[in-house]
Design a protein around this ligand. Sequence first.
Ligand code: FES
Length: 109
Amino acid sequence: MEDVNIKITDRDGVTHEIVAPTDMAMNLMEVVRSYELAPEGTIGVCGGMAMCASCQCYVLSETPLPEMSDDEEAMLSEAFDVQENSRLGCQIQITPEMEGLEVELAPES
Ligand code: FES
């Protein structure tokens, strides 16, 4: 079992250094929920189907992440507050390669 250290800045601008498991098939949105870094009902609204963008985050580190799927790209093309470094947290599975990842949660839309 391997854990990775991730920094997540919440919507109030507070940065949390958290430890996420890589062996539980969790995605970044689920990690944010499990640490209660965003109020219930404001993140993961579609349950991780790339259909709501409530899990949008900005990737601040150079950490290599998996390519976007067509679904993720399509959802982000319709979402608010999208930036160059936007990703959907629910589409990012936590793997050992994500050690040192830094993200910021996008504003609630
Ligand atoms: S939880 Fe809905 S798009 Fe990620």
